[in-house]
Design a protein around this ligand. Structure first.
Ligand code: 6GU
Length: 241
């Protein structure tokens, strides 16, 4: 899988791409991430990547020529790519979208900045526009990194086997149960005794109950969509009482 990232702030990606599982995946060549500076494709005297909006108004708009110049330069010869513009005006990113993207061989991510990108780029040079949530960032760079991370961890081998069961598309979306590790007593705070009992079935039932309770309290939207089993209902009832 190849990610091509187009940005005016390439150094924002340096350390996030070096650390953790993403760094490992790159070392092992499971993914390739190429970061391109849009400014390198601005050929006017001052290497301008933005300009004032037609019609007036606040802020600056990213010019089409440097972005399209960069796209054409990276397109040459490479494998077919899905081209995605990161913008708060995009459709909302989700695990389902990540799963779809993880099956592609190449993704181009264009990071918008300022008040946005010239609409002709969005209209004629991209396949998709994505937002990562209902809040405003100063640019698409962090959103692009979120997408690289979420997609890369779904690629076979990147996480080992740990992720595969979690990502089973047939498992329903439930929040994770609480986790504890040593010490057993931390500043007077203990660990739920059930986790020390050694009975795997008892522990499994407790975790399921906790996960369901958490989901109902924190994410009523997810909870409403769950198809609860008879055991699930029983576990929730036990927690209430
Ligand atoms: Cl993709 N870009 C910006 N600037 N803000 C955002 C976003 C993207 N997603 C959520 N907020």
């Amino acid at each position: 899988m190849i990610f091509d990232i187009l940005t005016i702030f390439p150094s924002m990606f340096s350390s996030p791409l070096r650390e953790g599982m993403i760094g490992k995946a790159r070392e092992r060549d499971l993914i390739q991430v190429r970061v391109h500076n849009i400014r390198d494709f601005a050929f006017d005297k001052h290497h301008m990547t933005d300009d004032r909006p037609f019609g007036g108004g606040e802020g600056m708009v990213m010019k089409p020529e440097p972005i399209v110049g960069a796209l054409r330069a990276i397109e040459a010869g490479g494998p077919e790519a899905r081209c995605i513009l990161l913008t708060p005006q995009g459709r909302l990113f989700s695990q389902e979208i990540a799963r779809g993207l993880s099956k592609l061989s190449r993704i181009v991510l264009i990071c918008g900045r300022y008040e946005g990108v010239d609409e002709r780029v969005a209209q004629h040079f991209t396949d998709d526009q994505i937002s990562i949530g209902d809040y405003v960032l100063t640019g698409g760079e962090l959103a692009a990194m979120v997408i690289v991370d979420a997609v890369a961890r779904l690629i076979p081998g990147v996480l080992g086997n740990v992720g595969s069961a979690l990502e089973d598309s047939f498992t329903q979306p439930v929040l994770e149960h609480p986790q504890y590790t040593r010490p057993r007593d931390f500043e007077g705070m203990g660990v739920p005794p059930v986790l020390l009992c050694g009975n795997h079935e008892t522990i499994r039932r407790w975790r399921r109950g906790q996960a369901l309770k958490r989901t109902s309290l924190r994410r009523p939207d997810l909870f409403a969509a769950l198809e609860l089993s008879a055991e699930d209902r029983q576990l929730l009832e036990e927690i209430e009482t």
